[in-house]
Design a protein around this ligand. Structure first.
Ligand code: PGA
Ligand code: ZN
Length: 420
């Protein structure tokens, strides 16, 4: 089936900022929509977002990206076989011509690439199109309870305080358990006068005096919800350390402390001994490879160590990390890579190296639920799309419920075995 038309428009993301939507129309009139999400705590090696600059919408408008899609990408894609994703993504990369996708923009490229994928899958649920008849399972959700870092005005240093319902035996049950913990956490915060609304991904916007207070509150919330911490529901953190550290120096603003790599590692190891933590993302900054290796060596046998800013959904970087022994799990964000094909390559590289995989949304999202289909159809072990509030988050969790309950559903649930 060939592509007849490629259209682009500006829509708005969950932070009310401009983003790119692409519509790819097939010759038979079926079509696919792709939308670019946007990060707030971005890795420096991610595909570059093309923003207009200037004063309009704080410089975040995407008119230049739209012009590139209409003027250059559309003429390149019209008439091509929509099912040849790898060829099309290769053509997009060649057309852009830069190593970082900065000319046409990673946002223009990922929206186009996803729209092509949706158009190719127009006659099937996307997860099923991607699974190609292979058995797949619903991923294990990592769900944020407190937001912090760049998603909550840096009110706490750590970015994501999340839970994983390790005792759940289905995707739906993992959501049921998380719903109880999320509500219990909100009630607990309110009763202590510590609740200040919700952060960018829907987690409670906390007002803690120390980062560790958030961990204590999380354990209390799990218990208040009627679960045994560590047994039924465990803790996952995204430290997002690149946001508060470079060159082996880390500044914890909440504690008023400056830590070097060893001291931050020690602090985090202590947390893993004191709290039921099963996963830590970006424990050290993206430039602190020696620290990541040391931390993985220290806790990697019992804790999942996730690379986000450090790996930036790049197959070569995943292989290089495996060679030195940094991390044991890769976060997979399509817009970090810039095309669907490169996203899948990073996921497959991770799997080949024995790394666990988490498909992840961004802090700036929309009603788009493609990420849930990618995670399921590609058989990723885990899924991270933010908290248990705000419709751009709930749309994704609800889509997982639909996929799980429909006829011809995936063969089960990845469960806690998906953790590294
Ligand atoms: P971001 O945050 O989308 O703002 O980069 C998500 C994450 O760090 O995992
Ligand atoms: Zn992260």
């Amino acid at each position: 089936m060939n592509i007849k038309q490629v259209a682009a428009r500006r829509i708005w993301d969950s932070r009310g900022r401009p983003t790119v939507e692409v519509e790819v129309v097939n010759e038979d009139g079926t079509f696919g929509l792709g939308i670019a999400p946007a990060g707030a705590s971005m890795g420096t090696r991610e595909a570059v977002e093309l923003r207009d600059g200037g004063t309009r919408f704080k410089g975040l408008d995407v008119q230049n990206a739209l012009r590139g899609i209409v003027g250059e990408i559309a003429p390149t894609l019209v008439g091509r076989d929509v099912t040849r994703q790898a060829d099309i993504d290769g053509a997009l990369i060649a057309l852009d011509g830069t190593p970082t996708k900065s000319r046409l923009g990673g946002n223009a490229l990922i929206a186009t690439s996803l729209a092509v994928l949706h158009a190719a899958a127009a006659h099937l649920p996307l997860w099923q199109y991607l699974a190609q008849g292979r058995p797949v399972r619903l991923p294990l959700p990592q769900i944020q309870i407190f937001g912090g870092g760049a998603h909550a005005g840096r009110r706490v240093d750590v970015q994501d305080f999340m839970v994983i319902a390790t005792a759940a035996t289905s995707f739906s049950q993992a959501l049921e358990m998380t719903a109880e913990v999320y509500r219990a956490a909100g009630e607990l915060m309110a009763s202590r006068g510590q609740l200040a609304g919700v952060a960018d991904e829907g987690g409670w916007w906390p007002s803690f005096a120390r980062n560790e207070e958030a961990l204590d509150a999380l354990v209390a919330s799990i218990e208040k919800a009627g679960f045994v911490p560590g047994q039924d529901v465990a803790i996952a953190l995204d430290i997002a350390a690149s946001e508060f550290g470079r060159g082996g120096k880390y500044r914890l603003a909440l504690e008023g402390q400056e830590l070097d790599t060893d001291a931050l590692c020690e602090r985090l190891v202590r947390w893993t001994e004191k709290y039921p933590i099963v996963s830590i993302e970006d424990p050290l900054a993206e430039d602190d490879e020696a620290g990541l290796v040391a931390f993985t060596r220290a806790v990697g046998g019992r804790v999942q160590v996730v690379g986000d800013d450090y790996l930036v959904t790049n197959a070569d970087r995943v292989r290089a990390a495996a060679t030195v022994g940094a991390c044991n799990c890769a976060l997979i964000k399509p817009n970090q890579a810039g095309t669907v094909t490169q996203t899948l390559a990073a996921l497959e590289a991770a799997r080949a190296e024995g790394y666990a995989t988490i498909v992840s949304a961004r802090s700036g999202e929309t009603e788009d639920v493609a990420i849930v289909h990618l995670a399921t159809g590609w058989n990723a072990g885990q899924l991270k799309v933010g908290s248990f509030a705000r419709s751009e988050r709930m749309a994704k969790w609800n889509e997982g419920i639909r996929i799980e309950s429909r006829a011809g559903a995936p063969s089960g649930f990845a469960g806690r075995a998906a953790l590294a």
